[in-house]
Each structure stands twice: as C-alpha cells, then as structure tokens.
Design a protein around this ligand. Structure first.
Ligand code: PLP
Length: 434
C-alpha cells in the first residue's frame, strides 16, 4: 500500500510536471520572409560566402530623406562620421543631405576627412597632444585636397574645461595657430562640459586673452533625454532642463562675446544639439541652429526609439551556415543538460553553427533563432538554436541586425551594397582605429 506521504509526493510531482508542461514555450520561427530571401539570393549571387555587412541602399536613402524632411531646413544638418565610417557611405548620404558639415570623434578619421570643403566640428574634446599631431601631419600633407583644407576656417575643436582651454591656448601660441573653439555644454548627460555660468565666464576670459583663439559656438548633447526610464514626465523634464541650460549659457556667451568688442559673429556661430535619439525634439525655434545625426541613417536596433519610428533598418550582417546537426547537443560530459533543454523548450531542439559570431548584433532572419545561453558564445563558429521551423541547411544565409553602427561597421571589411535585388557595389570602410 502507498503511504499517504508518498501519495502526496506523487501528486505534487504530477502537478509540477503538468506545470512545466503548461509553461513549455511553443515553437517559434519561420523560414526567411520574401525580403530576406531576396537579400540572401543577392548575396549568394554576388559570391559572398563570409560574414559581410550589408546596407540596403534604398532604405538608407529613404531614411536620409525622411530625416531631412523633418528638419525641413529649419536647422543645419551635421553628419556624425563615427556612426557611418565609410567614405562612400558618407558620400551617398551627403548626396541627399547636401551638407558639408561633419562631426568627428577620432584623430585618424579627422586626418581622413580634413580635406576639400569639409566643415568639421569635433564631437569630443581631444587631448592637446592629439591636436598638435593633427597640425603636424596637416603641415606635411602631400595631397592637394588636404592642402586646400584651412583648419582656421573649417575646423572647430571641442573644449570642455578651463584646463583644456589653457592647453590649447599654449599650443596656439607656441605654433602660431589660429584656432576655432567650440564649447561643450553639460545639458544633463553629465559626460563633462560647462556646467555653470562661473565656468563659462572663466573660459570666455581665457579665450579673450588670446586673439588666436576664436569662439565658434557651443555643443550640447542630450542623448539621456531619450534613454532615461520612461517614467511619467521624466523625459519631458530632462528635455526642458537641457533646453533651459543650453539657452541660458548660450545667451550669456553671446552677450560676453559681443560686449568684448568682437564683431557679432552670431550668424556664423554654431550652436549644435541633439543626436539621432533626440533630433525630433528640435524645431529651430531655439538658439540651437544645427543638429547632428549618424546612426538614424542605418537604424541599428539600439535606435528602435519612438522618435525614429518612421525610419527602417538599413544594415544587417549576413553570414553562411556551416553545420546543421541532427539536433542541438551540449558537449560530451554535459550532454544531459542539452537533452533537458531540448525536452523543455522546443526552440532549443535544433542547432545551426554559423561562420563567425559573437557580434554586437542579434539574429533577425530566419526568425526565431537565438544564441544558446547554455553552449555560450563563439567568435569563430557561433551556435544558434531554434525550433527547426527555420528549415536551415548548410550554406544558407543567416542575418543579424547590429545594435549599433559605430565600430560594428568596421569589423567586416568592405560593405555589400544592396539595391533592386542585387549587390551593386562594395564600399570600403575606414580602418578600425580609435
Ligand atoms: C556629441 C554627439 N552628438 C551627436 C551624436 C549622435 O550620433 P548618432 O546620431 O550616431 O547617435 C553623438 C553620439 O555619440 C555625440 O556624442
């Protein structure tokens, strides 16, 4: 006879199993949609068989046109180069934006972009030794296009503190350089910059002590406004705060510059604001007169934000499937764990090993694939698990969507450009430097 105790245990076990069964996820996923089937076909036709970054040129151009339609000439547009690090990509976007304004964040990229009629604003303060290096190599530039570039008119260094300003003043004096300096404002992001009137006035005084230094405007980046938790009113409050700080400090700077006897440069001063996540918050009615954007053009997944809802993803990573085992298996010694995982979750029943992996990206097509938390990551041959609904075979193409474009774009060599069902071009990227 079964004891009451044992009967209770069996009943509890039965209920537990029923609970687990009820919690079991359903099979997810499907083969490629027509869009990704076409893209995979184009990639194979182009003979691409290694992990490759693909840009959908139509989507890219649609995004650029939409961004420009929103800005509607109410403000100037500045392209954020670090988020789009390829000369051909930049040129393609510029054919729509028609702006020669660029925001740069790296010394090697500055070396590449400081040519022709480019109008460059640094997006971060450079160590003064890096600025000195720029003038050193600009002085020895052999190419005509670089010789055409006039840093004293076309380049604005970003200055975040009185200490750095003193260093730049020293550099200007030592090397007899005329420098345009743009002041970084802390509008709430707390990544540095001017945070008080006192600091601003101290810096304006240093600047006015040296005629070689020219005040060129201000930059206040407010990405936090779109990224802080969406608690009622919090983002709105952060935007109002950013706007108030910017307006107050910019007006104070203008008043000082004008009273300092310098001719009013108000028309020419650059009051830069925003980035992809926040550009829709500006309509040109404030003192800010230009917006800088980069990532929105390609819309990687970190930019799936309400302000960018009308834009479409334009960048993917394509990689071939190398192996499709019968079933998902954990390595020898822990195979039992794989058996349990397969039993509990139909979406871990099948596996596909791909060429490469471990990118700052998520698998998007065929849908329903995921990285195995049990098996772990690999930069060499990443395993993806799924229900089998994806019907993957060896040599099929799997697509990932990058989380960001910055840096990721530089990990794959030339970018495959997709348009009208074909790979129409390969765009070289800037070398992966910082
Ligand atoms: C100063 C500044 N402005 C603008 C941007 C916007 O770049 P994106 O549009 O690529 O987000 C950034 C991004 O880091 C930034 O640091």
């Amino acid at each position: 006879m079964i004891s009451t105790q044992r009967r209770k245990l069996l009943a509890a076990g039965g209920l537990g199993a029923l609970g687990l069964w009820a919690l079991k996820p359903g099979a997810k996923g499907a083969p490629h949609s027509p869009y990704f089937s076409e893209l995979a076909r184009a990639i194979k036709l182009a003979g691409i068989a290694t992990p490759t970054l693909v840009i959908d040129r139509q989507q890219l151009r649609n995004n650029a046109s939409k961004v420009m339609a929103h800005i509607a000439q109410r403000m100037d547009f500045r392209l954020v180069v670090k988020s789009l690090p390829s000369q051909a990509l930049i040129q393609d976007i510029t054919s729509i934006t028609k702006s020669r304004r660029m925001m740069l964040f790296s010394l090697p990229q500055l070396g590449l972009m400081a040519k022709g009629d480019a109008d460059i604003l640094l997006g971060k303060p450079m160590p003064v030794a890096a600025a000195a290096k720029f003038y050193q190599s600009a002085g020895s530039a052999q190419q005509d296009s670089q010789q055409d570039f006039k840093p004293e008119q076309q380049l604005q260094w970003l200055i975040d503190s009185p200490e750095r300003l003193l260093q730049y003043r020293e550099l200007a004096r030592q090397q007899a350089l005329t420098m345009r300096l743009n002041f970084e404002l802390d509008v709430g992001l707390h990544r540095g910059g001017i945070s008080s009137s006192k600091m601003l006035h101290e810096m304006l005084e240093i600047l006015q002590s040296e005629p070689r230094l020219q005040f060129s405007g201000m930059m206040g980046y407010d990405a936090h406004v779109a990224k802080i938790p969406d608690l009622p009113g919090l983002r709105e409050q952060a935007h109002l705060h950013a706007h108030e700080v910017y307006t107050r400090l910019a007006n104070e700077a203008l008043a000082t510059v004008e009273s300092g006897g310098a001719p009013s440069e108000k028309q020419k001063l650059v009051f830069n604001a925003a980035g992809s996540p926040t550009y829709r918050l500006y309509d040109g009615s404030g003192i800010q007169n230009e917006l800088s954007l980069g990532s929105a053009m390609l819309k990687p997944s970190d930019f799936d934000l309400p302000g960018l809802a009308d834009l479409s993803p334009a960048v993917f990573i394509a990689t071939p499937v190398l192996k499709v085992p019968e079933k998902f298996m954990m390595p020898y010694g822990v195979e039992a764990i794989g058996n349990v995982a397969r039993g509990l979750d139909v979406n871990q029943q099948k596996a596909a090993f791909i060429y490469g992996g471990n990118w700052l990206a998520d698998p998007v097509s065929p849908s329903g694939l995921s990285v195995s938390a049990l098996y772990g990551n690999s930069s060499n041959q990443q395993v993806l698990v799924g229900s089998g609904n994806q019907q993957l075979k060896v040599d099929d193409i799997v697509f990932f969507r990058p989380k960001q474009s910055e840096a990721v774009l530089q990990q794959f060599g030339d970018i495959a450009v997709y348009e009208n069902g074909r790979i129409i071009d390969m765009w070289t990227v800037f070398p992966a430097t910082a």
